[in-house]
Design a protein around this ligand. Structure first.
Ligand code: MOS
Length: 708
């Protein structure tokens, strides 16, 4: 096939790694066959703040199969900056939160380690813990890294406005629960360490681990070819990774350390609780004149993390006066971290609920109100949007959803015991590209068959990275997709962006496209021939008399993108059925319309949006991590009490994309879809609940008790 003949980008191609996965041949971190591994099990603190007065490991050490019990008493020293996210790692007897790792039992089998962990006896000196957010919210102060901003004069505009609302919205702590809990195998060879570790960014894990153990980064190898989801929690290096490496060093053999599902609720960060005060004002005609979005949240005593809840409020609507602010309270909990659309998912619940409330106040259709108040310029920085699909998404979604059947007044649509309501929201997520290198290796066989190997240290969280990289390479090289192999998830490969912040697709595919095009150009130069018709890669290699060729590219974001505000935009619609007697909410239908630039693979992209929608429904209706204010522990620590939507909780989900050709964001025009799918979903559901029942729930999740 000649170059350019194959159109693979954008096709709904099945995952090229699908067969490996469904046959069980894909190795996830602890699946790697490793000789003679020992197994670790973590002992966790049962106080939220204080000091370990003594830790008695004698009985555990004598337990069957136990090889070592490691704690602050005997742990190897780590570099000071090796105290990574998630508290001190056995370097001192200090306890900063309930569930902190305080000892690790290493044994011949997992069961022996787990059993011995139960007989490690700990005496504590407790000190007063800050664990009750609601009681202490007023003690929150301005964050060190303050992302607040303002334009115009909010107070003057708000005070003199024709119409205004002032409401506070609350979202609870949530926990990441990827299918694959965090896990690692650590293996040392002298001062070289290999970690088989599920990692959203192999480069970040390599550096963090190297720092902790005082190693050169190249002496740490991260192997992470398949990842069972991460959602942000695998975007940082948490103590479990360091503990696996520490244990392997102590016992002198490889160690497997896998977290239990219960461990997931105090080991790898969380989505923080946010209390968001929204004030909106309009003139008599419904033009927004002022927006204030003030977030109060908490962080950990060990470090500051504040998700940017107000980010969308600064840029979505064209109000001349705006004020975005944050206050944060340090608490004795594990440090919060990125969770799918950190800031935008929770912030959009507040903003898009408030927009709905304002529209209702104005007796205006909420779509009309939104359309009236958007512009093609980002009011937060005065840059034009590179492209913006809000209007197209709202209009297309309205048509797909049947928005014209919605009643403006609540409680007007009833079917037997059920109150039916329609809700809408708009959303956005930044489109970014990060520097990424890639290697293209070409091989020509005797019968002139060319195969390509594309290599870069990218991550595939289960999102489809392998497949879109193969599509990009195959199309650029003019090869069938089955002639392209993809190697990712290994720190020995060229350095690539992490799979986080929705930068993966744009960063990887632009680098791979550039690398493949470069290979063609370089080969053409080597042939010393004038080509009148575009030659195939096989013709080029043959003419250059080459059976092997390789090239490498270091791709960077294009400068032009900085002159624009680059975002993906979406619109979400939800139809809810609320049982009038029990208050149970069922989301019967969702429509999600997204403008995310070029869609690389309509099948994997659709799956991403469905995943975001499902999580948004969980956020709206069921997900809540409950902290016991007496002890500081989470009482929700399994799927029995932390409910993530299952099939029966989900109705019809209809997904559509707005076609966009945006070559400002990056050469291929990719905006990313990992995060935007969840943005606005919870607000669409909450707005539908109001439309159904007349009851405005400003405190997620919308459980039946709040509707009765
Ligand atoms: Mo995303 S929260 O950066 O995995």
């Amino acid at each position: 096939m000649a170059s350019g003949e194959t159109k693979l980008i954008g096709q709904a191609i099945n995952r090229i790694d699908g067969l490996l996965k469904v046959t069980g041949a894909a190795n996830y971190s602890v699946d790697f066959p490793i000789k003679n591994p020992a197994y670790g099990f973590i002992v966790k603190s049962t106080i939220a703040s204080g000091t370990i007065a003594d830790i008695d490991t004698a009985q555990a050490e004598k337990s069957p199969g136990v090889i070592a019990v490691i704690s602050y008493k005997n742990a190897p020293k780590l570099a000071p900056s090796g105290n990574l996210k998630g508290g001190v790692i056995f370097q001192e007897p200090k306890v900063d939160f309930y569930g902190q790792n305080i000892a690790l039992v290493v044994a011949e089998t997992y069961e022996q380690a787990r059993s011995a962990a139960r007989v490690v006896k700990v005496k504590y000196q407790k000190s007063e813990a800050m664990v009750d957010f609601d009681k202490n919210m007023d003690k929150a102060t301005t964050p060190n890294r303050n992302r607040g901003s303002s334009r115009g004069d909010f107070d003057a505009a708000f005070n003199s406005a024709e119409h205004k609302i002032d409401f506070t919205y609350q979202t609870p702590i949530e926990h990441h629960n990827p299918m694959e809990p965090h896990a690692a195998i650590a293996e040392w060879d002298g001062d070289k360490l290999t970690l088989y570790n599920a990692s959203q960014g192999v480069d970040g894990t390599q550096n963090a681990t190297a720092t902790a153990f005082g190693l050169k980064p190249e002496n740490v190898r991260i192997v992470s070819p398949h990842i069972g989801g991460g959602f942000g929690s695998k975007g940082s290096t948490w103590p479990n990774v360091i503990l696996a490496a520490m244990a392997a060093k102590v016992v002198g053999r490889p160690v497997k350390l896998a977290l239990t599902r219960q461990n997931m609720f105090n080991s790898v960060g969380l989505r923080q609780r946010d209390v968001q005060r929204m004030r909106l004002a309009t003139d008599a005609a419904g033009n927004l004149t002022a927006i204030a979005h003030e977030t109060t949240t908490h962080t950990a005593t060990t470090g500051e993390f504040v998700e940017g809840c107000g980010g969308l409020s600064a840029m979505m609507y064209d109000a001349p006066n705006a004020k975005i602010g944050y206050r944060v309270l340090p608490m004795n909990v594990i440090v919060p971290t990125f969770m799918r659309a950190p800031g935008e998912s929770t912030g959009s619940f507040a903003l898009e609920s408030a927009i709905d409330e304002m529209a209702y106040e104005l007796k205006m259709d909420p779509i009309e109100f939104r359309l009236k108040n958007i512009s093609m310029k980002d009011p937060s920085n005065n840059k034009p949007f590179s492209s913006r699909a809000t209007e197209a998404a709202l209009k297309k979604g309205a048509e797909m959803f049947g928005w014209n059947r919605r009643k403006q007044e609540p409680r007007q649509n009833r079917n037997g015991d059920y109150l039916i309501g329609y809700g809408v929201s708009a959303g956005s997520y930044p489109a970014r590209q990060s520097g990424t290198s890639a290697q293209v290796k070409l091989t020509r066989s005797r019968d002139n068959d060319v195969t390509a190997s594309i290599e870069l240290a990218a991550s595939d969280l289960g999102t489809g990275t392998y497949t879109i990289v193969a599509q990009t390479a195959a199309e650029t090289l003019g090869l069938p997709i089955n002639k392209v192999g993809v190697k990712i998830g290994d720190s020995t490969l060229p350095r690539a962006a992490g799979s986080g912040g929705s930068v993966g697709a744009a960063s990887y595919c632009n680098a791979v496209s550039e690398g493949c095009a470069q290979a063609m150009t370089e080969l053409q130069a080597k042939t010393n021939r004038q080509w009148f018709a575009a030659p195939s890669i096989a013709q080029l290699m043959e003419a250059a008399n080459l059976t092997e060729y390789q090239t490498r590219v270091d791709a960077k974001p294009q400068a032009e993108a900085r002159e624009y505000s680059c975002h993906a935009f979406n619109a979400n619609f939800a139809e809810v059925w609320v049982n009038a007697s029990t208050g149970m909410v069922r989301v019967a239908r969702n429509v999600a319309v997204t403008g995310a630039g070029r869609i690389m693979n309509t099948k994997t992209a659709r799956s991403q949006i469905i995943g975001g929608t499902v999580w948004g429904i969980g956020m709206a209706l069921t997900e809540e991590s409950v902290l016991d204010p007496r002890w500081g522990n989470f009482v929700t620590r399994s799927f029995a009490d932390y409910h993530i939507p299952a099939n029966l909780d989900i109705g019809d989900i209809d997904v559509a994309f707005i076609p966009e050709e945006d070559h400002i964001v990056n050469k291929l025009g990719i905006k990313g879809i990992g995060e935007v799918g969840i943005v606005g979903v919870a607000a669409a559901v909450a707005n539908a609940v109001f439309n159904a029942t007349g009851k405005r729930v400003r405190d997620l999740p919308i459980t039946p008790d709040k509707l009765l």
